[in-house]
Design a protein around this ligand. Structure first.
Ligand code: FAD
Length: 232
């Protein structure tokens, strides 16, 4: 049971979607960016309103989403500059970019950027997955095949344990996080960066980004940082 309101609530104005970043529709990035703002913010707001996490959790909304929106603005401006009719120089620039995009590596990177699949929140040093969007892996859970994203439907944190069955106990956070013992046989392939080493366990936030991957010494810190103090 919660004892009063442990965290002071600061007055804030939080902007999401076009209210936060209006840009040309070129490339069709507006809806995706706005929806991801909402998904990044929603669970954080819920936890702060329910006194599960301190108000400072909301600071991470700006820290994480502002650079994403700034990059969208930059690439839409660049695309518009290239598309404008004009001198020979602009046509030459368009031709150079078209040549680059005919190559596999630049095209993959550009595609990952335009789709937002390469978004990497800076959550510090660690596994390559940290801060990135969790891939929608094929899993075996309790003898059943399922896709990882189905585990996120309840909009709660999910801790996936790929090691010894029942080997992870996070009792103080059990009311907030679902622990799932799972197997995945295939590669861990991420857009833009390719294959990464398989971690023994991964903590996925409700917005689908990886909050922690495999390093036991950091697990409690990550749980507290993203899901409030244990047993609060
Ligand atoms: C021509 C065009 C083409 C586009 N094509 C694409 C595309 O192909 N792909 C893509 O992803 N994106 C595209 N976009 C961008 C996309 O439409 C926007 O990014 C997206 O709709 C923004 O959603 P939003 O909810 O943030 O804002 P909005 O959709 O603008 O919603 C804001 C809502 O708030 C309401 N409102 C405003 N003021 C008040 C008030 N004071 N009180 C109450 N309600 C208020 C408005 O009426 C509106 O319903 C395009 C945009 C345009 C203009």
């Amino acid at each position: 049971m919660r004892r009063g309101r442990p965290y002071p609530i600061a007055k804030r104005v939080l902007l999401a979607g076009d209210a936060a970043h209006i840009h040309h529709s070129v490339g069709g990035q507006g809806l995706n960016t706005g929806l991801q703002d909402a998904v990044n913010l929603g669970w954080k707001l819920a936890q702060v309103i329910k006194d599960i996490s301190p108000d400072s959790l909301l600071d991470t909304y700006h820290t994480e989403r502002h650079p994403v929106a700034a990059r969208v603005l930059r690439n839409t401006r660049a695309q518009i500059a290239l598309l404008r009719r004009g001198d020979d120089g602009r046509k030459a620039a368009r031709d150079v970019v078209a040549e680059l995009l005919a190559m596999d590596e630049p095209r993959k990177r550009f595609g990952a950027m335009m789709s937002g699949l390469d978004i990497h929140y800076d959550l510090g040093e660690g596994h390559a997955l940290l801060g990135r969007r969790m891939p929608d892996l094929d899993l075996m859970v309790d003898g059943q095949k399922l896709r990882l994203f189905t585990l996120l439907h309840s909009a709660r944190g999910v801790l996936l344990n790929f090691g010894k069955r029942g080997g992870i106990d996070i009792a103080p956070w059990a009311d907030r996080i679902k622990v799932v013992d799972a197997d995945h046989d295939g590669a861990w392939e991420l857009p833009a960066i390719g294959e990464v080493a398989a971690p023994k366990a991964v903590l996925v936030r409700p917005d689908g980004h990886v909050a922690w991957a495999g390093d036991e010494s950091q697990r409690g810190l990550a749980l507290t940082r993203w899901f409030g103090p244990g047993g609060a």
